[in-house]
Ligand binder design. Structure first.
Ligand code: PLP
Ligand code: COI
Length: 364
């Protein structure tokens, strides 16, 4: 490990009463904890020492490269309180590896995976009181590491100064009374990624470019948009912030293969590994959106679901597109396999069932 993090604790942390009020109803991404982690990289020096400080505004030059050329990447993972009071996170090494593959694509410096994991540990140790209790619900502390080009220079070149930070935000389940199927809009006018582009990197620009499809979907009464391959508008890629899966009548657990335009989700990777527990064969291949429409009509496709850190596993209901729709196969709370995989994944993350895959890592 190369980075150490000097700690200066927040002299004015949130009161215990206010924190309890927030943790009772945290929503998603609305409230931040008392601390943040920061480290600076310089072209000639590499990574300098890290620090843990009070959460607060960032000062930067209006000429900072990130504000003009979007040289920025991020990660998302959660800290879970286990029944014995300890705090754990899910496959953080995979997030660290993905941060580095995003960094390579966006001409940002790599951060050693052990430093990445240590930065999470340092923040969660300081803000442990913000990790929601293990109360049978689905609350957790969402961790948001991010890295951006901070050098003040308007010329187009890789930034000579880069900041890495981690912030944290308590998160509730998005669902009250069990997961509810979401309605999806097929985005035909807007793509989120293209061949040779940045679809496989977790960079902010991908999310900005997905918003127009999301807005079009909302105008058509949908919760989220699903994006197709931009070259032919034929194959299913993914949602703006989730990967997609199909359960077929012939026992396959099917997901679009990683073509370079899809984010390699850690949840996706884990669901593929869980398939065998449900007597399903995991299959990664290209999937035509027409196959989805036909499969729902013929009964070949039994269930469709989306997955990701924020979404966990979310049933997909109706599919709508310009001029048509395919009905939901999800019932009120998703099909049996969707609910089964969701429950198994959550029970591992929350420490309620044996972590037979050694996916969990202790943070506090
Ligand atoms: N796809 C996109 C575009 C995402 O932003 C996310 C969320 O991080 C995912 C998929 C799911 O990835 P993960 O399971 O690693 O959270
Ligand atoms: C996550 O699931 O961690 C994400 O990054 C989704 C985010 C766009 C809200």
């Amino acid at each position: 490990m190369s980075l150490s993090f000097a700690a200066t604790l927040n002299p004015h942390p949130t009161s215990a009463e206010r924190r309890a009020e927030i943790l009772a109803n945290p929503g998603f991404g609305q409230f931040m904890t008392d601390h943040m982690v920061t480290a600076t990289w310089r072209k000639d020096e590499g990574w300098g020492e890290g620090e843990l400080t009070a959460y607060g505004p960032i000062t930067m030059s209006p000429a900072a490269a990130v504000l003009h050329y979007a040289q920025e990447i991020f990660e998302g993972l959660k800290a879970y309180r286990h029944p014995d009071g300890t705090v754990w996170t899910f496959r953080p090494d995979k997030n660290g590896e993905r941060l580095n593959s995003s960094a390579r694509r966006m001409a940002l410096p790599e951060l050693p995976v052990e430093d990445f994991v240590e930065s999470l540990r340092i923040l969660v140790e300081a803000d442990e009181a913000w990790v929601p209790a293990a109360d049978g619900g689905e609350k957790s502390l969402y961790l948001r590491p991010f890295m951006y080009a901070s050098a003040a220079f308007l010329g187009l070149r890789p930034s000579t100064e880069v900041k890495y930070s981690v912030i944290a935000s308590p998160a509730a389940s998005i669902f009250v009374g069990g997961p509810k199927p979401i309605t999806l809009w097929v985005s035909q006018h807007y793509a989120r990624a293209g061949a040779g582009g940045t679809g496989a990197a977790k960079c902010g620009g991908n999310y900005a470019s997905a918003l127009a499809g999301q807005i079009e979907g909302a105008a058509n009464g949908c919760d989220q948009a699903v994006f197709l391959d931009s070259a032919t508008q034929t194959y299913v890629d993914e949602l703006g912030g989730m990967n997609v899966f199909f359960v077929t009548k012939d026992g396959h657990l099917l997901t679009p293969e990683l073509t370079g335009t899809i984010l390699p989700g850690i949840t996706r990777m884990s669901v593929l590994e869980l398939a065998k527990e449900f007597d399903l064969t995991p299959v990664e291949r290209r999937i035509e959106v027409q196959e989805w429409k036909d499969g729902v009509a013929s009964g070949e496709i039994l269930e469709v679901f989306a997955c990701g850190t924020a979404a966990i596993v979310t049933p997909i209901g109706e599919l709508r597109w310009e001029g048509g729709s395919a009905p939901s196969t999800a019932g009120e709370h998703g099909g049996e396999v969707t609910r089964g995989i969701r429950a198994r994944l959550l029970s591992i993350q929350q420490g309620r069932s044996e972590d037979t895959y050694s996916w969990m890592q202790r943070l506090a």
